[in-house]
Design a protein around this ligand. Structure first.
Ligand code: ZN
Length: 136
């Protein structure tokens, strides 16, 4: 049984959301379908559909927020990979039992109508992993 259903989206940290929107619209040949602020993470997100998966651009509204810090430390680039799961609570329990380091032990409200929780990159070979589940 596969507990991970698919890669739901790839998150990319950008400095200037308007400039990145223009660039990714050119790159992908499709306009962003949604722009949404997530106040708790101090980000504005922008979403593009690329077939079954999405690209999420993330721009910080606060230099001290997670994306602001990420860009200061590592520059723009791939920030996280998000996997869609059917039962995020069960997956968090399973992964914690497997020894993964959870950033969130409980799902929180993310962008694009999703419950989200992150796994620390220290326990995933340097990749920040997001689990997400569609809110009903
Ligand atoms: Zn994401």
């Amino acid at each position: 049984m596969s507990l991970i259903q698919k890669i739901e989206h790839i998150g990319i940290a950008v400095r200037d959301l308007e400039a990145a929107n223009t660039l990714y619209e050119k790159l992908l040949g499709v306009a962003p379908y949604k722009q949404e602020a997530v106040a708790s993470e101090s980000v504005i997100t922008s979403f593009f559909r690329t077939g079954d998966q999405k690209i999420e651009l993330l721009a910080s509204t606060d230099a001290q927020g997670p994306i602001g810090k990420f860009i200061a430390k590592r520059g723009e680039g791939i920030h996280h990979i998000a996997f869609e799961v059917a039962d995020i609570q069960a997956e968090l329990k399973r992964l914690e039992a497997e020894g993964f380091q959870l950033i969130h032990t409980k799902p929180k409200k993310g962008a694009d109508n999703k419950w989200v929780a992150f796994i620390h990159p220290k326990s995933t070979n340097g990749v920040l992993v997001e689990l997400c589940q569609e809110m009903n």
